[in-house]
Design a protein around this ligand. Structure first.
Ligand SMILES: [Zn+2]
Length: 226
């Protein structure tokens, strides 16, 4: 990419975002977890999710603040007259290019932004295989929150505790929105929901699974009896 090109010279979209993570990787990781844990696969999946979260966070923050973290040098660039221009490295791109770059890719975090931020923090600090698996399991089984996280932003801890769903906190379920797995995993909405549904159906976890399944179906407008 030639960072010195003026905006009018952009023929290719200069924004590059991390792809969704293949469901097959997650399946293999969970299958290994039930037999012989695969630490290298855990790292591969975990960092792929980290990169995906990074793209989601950058798209969401840029859209909401109209300030871009320069892809060339990292400098914060405010939108000016519909164009991001970096005085440091010469990168420039139009707002329309930015909007086109993420359209239809499930890269806007909406009210799940704290979930993706928390995953990055937890996974990057995880020292053991178990801690990494816990971070991965949490982020793919979380939900968007229907109430804006900004309205509830009394403190970071409060935001975190409200956005990580578990069977014990099902009282929060009326406020749950779409599954965050849809932002992270490859496939259509129904494919990802079916995948998560099957992934969570593990022996010995029937009670928690049944509660989770009801929440998943309710939050995505599906028939809870399925
Ligand atoms: Zn720059």
């Amino acid at each position: 990419m030639n960072l010195k090109n003026p905006p009018s010279a952009h023929k290719e979209n200069p924004f590059r975002w991390a792809d969704k993570v293949p469901c097959e990787w997650i399946s293999a990781l969970y299958a290994a977890d039930r037999t012989i844990p695969d630490e290298s696969l855990c790292d591969r999946v975990g960092w792929a999710l980290y990169a995906r979260c990074d793209s989601i966070i950058r798209v969401s923050e840029t859209y909401e603040t109209k300030v871009l973290s320069c892809p060339g040098c990292g400098r914060r660039i405010p939108l000016s007259d519909g164009i991001f221009t970096c005085p440091e490295c010469g990168f420039s791109a139009a707002w329309e290019h930015f909007c086109t770059s993420y359209k239809g890719k499930s890269l806007y975090a909406a009210n799940a932004l704290p979930v993706f931020r928390r995953y990055q923090l937890k996974f990057s600090r995880a020292g053991t295989y178990g801690e990494k698996m816990c971070a991965i399991d949490t982020v793919i089984h979380s939900f968007h929150i229907l109430l804006s996280y900004r309205e509830a932003k009394a403190s970071d801890d409060a935001v975190s505790s409200q956005t990580v769903w578990s069977p014990e906190t099902e009282s929060l379920s009326p406020r749950l929105g779409r599954s965050t797995g849809v932002n992270l995993l490859d496939g259509s909405l129904s494919e990802v929901l079916r995948f998560l549904d099957a992934l969570s159906a593990r022996p010995g976890t029937e009670d928690a699974y049944a509660v989770w399944k009801r929440a998943l179906h309710r939050s995505n407008g599906m028939d809870e009896r399925n």
